[in-house]
Structure formats: C-alpha cells, structure tokens
Write a protein that binds this ligand. Structure first.
Ligand code: SF4
Length: 335
C-alpha cells in the first residue's frame, strides 16, 4: 500500500501538460493454471507511471527481461493493458473503439529490433512502403509513389532499392526501410525498441544520427528502448531505469549518468566500459540472478541483489520519490 506522500510524489512524475502520460500501467501474462484461482502471471510491467514530453527522447534502460519492450508495446496498445491507462495528447487510449484506435495508430509507430524479421521477405521495398498508405487509404496510387520516393530520400536510400527484396539488402539498409515505414504516416511518437542493437557498431552510429536528424525534421518524440547505456546516454534527454517490471529511477540524462542514486542504476552506470583504468576499478558487480517475474521478491524487488539492503526493504515496496527537481528514485535510502 502506497503512502499519501508517495502517491503525491508519483503524481509529480506526470504533469497535466505532458504529451504522453502513463499511469499505473500493468501488463501481466498468464503462464500456468487453468482456473482463475491457481493461475500464475508474469508481471512484466507492474504499476509503472511516467510521462514523455513533446519532442523529447526518453531513454528506457534495464537488463534483458526487465519489461522494457513490453512497456513500449503496451504503451502503443499492441497489448491490452492489464491495468492502468495511457493518455496520448489528452486522449485516453483505453477509451477508443477499434475503429478510432486504427485511425489513432497513425500518430504512434514502432521501429523493431530485427529489421530482417520485421520486413516481409516476399515483398519488395516499394510494396513494403506502400502498405501503410493502402491500409489507411491515404492518397492516390501516384501520390503514394511520390510519398515513397520522399521517404527513401529522407532515410538515405537510393530509389533503385525500391525494386529489391529485404534479403538483397544489408542490415543497415533494411533498418532504414523499417524507419521509412514507421515515418510513412507522419507519426508524432515513435517507440524505438532496441532499434540499433542488431546492427554492426559502425552502422549503429549512422542509424542513430539518422534518427536524430529525423526527430528534428519531423518534430518527433521518441521512447528509445535499449540495453546499450552508451547509446542511450548519447541520444536521450531523460532516462528511465527499469528493474523487474518496475521503474526504479527517472531523471535527466545528466542526473542519471553523473549522479545515479538507485543502487541498481549505480551498478548499471558503473558497468559502462571506460578507457580510464582507475574509473573501471570502481565498477559495482551485481551478485545473484534476476528473480522470477512470476514470483518477484517482497518489498523492494531489488533487495535480493542490493548491497544496501535493510530490514524495511524486505517488507515495504518503495515508491518513486522526487529527490531533486525532476529526479525520481524508488529506494528506502531516500525515504
Ligand atoms: Fe536497496 Fe533497499 Fe533501496 Fe531496494 S530500497 S534499492 S533494497 S536500499
């Protein structure tokens, strides 16, 4: 049970004017049991609240399996949330009917991690890029053709790639097609789900630069999900840290990278490779495995791996508290 003080502090995480407001979002997946009484759930996202401001890039970091991708997809309503709500530019997405949601989808898009898996191998690049316009009945065939040529130009692909199939292109080129498809319907929010993780390091830099250029040109807002802390540091305005389905810290890029306060964030940031050997010695090594999200630890979910764990940590779940302007931490050390 959250105290009134914690509820008020969480309320501050979201301001009325924020573009995307995520309130107490939950996403549980059933894993076993036939009846409601003995059914068990993976609590992939559990009571998460945060906001994304217009035009910003919010980085979302955490170990694999912590719920980052599920959070991004639930935010886009690709999964029906188990609880909580998402408010997009003043509109509660849960209140929209199927037809209204289809039309709303133009405003929010997803860039997938693996460009090879997300492009239809039987379709040419032209057909792949025409598809969003056909589904949403945008323009005439000639206008669509012009829009596709414009997209190809914006993502840095020559028009002769239009007749190619995905298997005839490199990973970086395929990801550019994925980005062009995400841009086709002029979205305002793009969730980049590990959008560069599957690419070679040199190509990652090109794609990151492209995403930054496009953000400026089309006034895009990004939720940038990644386990690569260096890339998130480069691209983000604010950063949110997740652990086992919970948000444990949220703040500006500078606050999280220069003054991480949650013991988990401190361990993550200390693990960023550093050429300075002295700094490298201060690395915090986390012991133990990540607990099961089916049966997460009581109290603070990080207590089984935290070197600062106290009695209260095993019993009471800490809520997000504002410890300095716009910097929130969920830890009893800051109670
Ligand atoms: Fe560690 Fe306790 Fe803070 Fe959790 S609440 S991170 S166990 S000190």
């Amino acid at each position: 049970m959250k105290t009134m003080e914690e509820k008020n502090a969480e309320g501050n995480v979201i301001k009325d004017e924020d573009f995307i407001q995520v309130k107490s979002l939950k996403q549980y997946f059933p894993v076993s049991g036939n009846s409601l009484l003995n059914r068990q759930y993976v609590k992939a996202v559990d009571d998460v609240s945060f906001s994304i401001r217009k035009g910003e890039t919010l980085g979302l970091v955490g170990e694999s399996g912590c719920g980052k991708s599920t959070l991004g997809r639930t935010l886009l309503q690709l999964y029906v949330p188990t609880g909580g709500e998402v408010i997009f530019d003043g509109q509660k997405l849960g209140d929209l009917r199927k037809k209204e949601m289809k039309s709303f989808r133009k405003r929010m898009q997803l860039i997938f991690q693996d460009p090879s898996a997300c492009l239809n191998p039987r379709k040419t690049v032209r057909e792949i890029l025409m598809e969003p316009y056909r589904i949403h009945r945008v323009g005439t065939e000639k206008e669509r053709e012009q829009k596709v040529l414009f997209l190809m130009d914006r993502v840095g692909l020559e028009s002769y790639y239009l007749s190619r199939y995905p298997h005839e292109m490199s990973g970086g080129q395929k990801q550019r097609v994925g980005i062009a498809r995400a841009l086709a319907l002029k979205p305002e929010l793009i969730v980049c789900d590990e959008a560069v993780s599957a690419l070679d390091v040199s190509i990652q830099a090109q794609v990151i630069n492209l995403l930054e250029q496009l953000q400026e040109e089309f006034s895009l807002t990004y939720l940038f999900i990644s386990h690569n802390l260096s890339i998130v540091h480069h691209i983000s305005d604010r950063v949110a840290v997740m652990y086992l389905g919970k948000m444990v810290e949220l703040g500006s890029d500078t606050a999280i990278y220069e003054n991480p306060c949650h013991p988990y964030s401190q361990a993550l940031i200390s693990a960023i490779p550093n050429a300075d050997c002295e700094k490298d010695k201060s690395r915090i090594l986390l012991t133990g495995d990540v607990p099961s999200p089916v049966n997460p630890p009581s109290g603070c979910r990080f207590h089984t791996r935290c070197r600062h764990c106290r009695e209260i940590c095993r019993q009471e779940e800490p809520g997000l508290r504002e410890i300095e302007p716009d910097h929130y931490v969920a830890c009893h050390l800051f109670g």
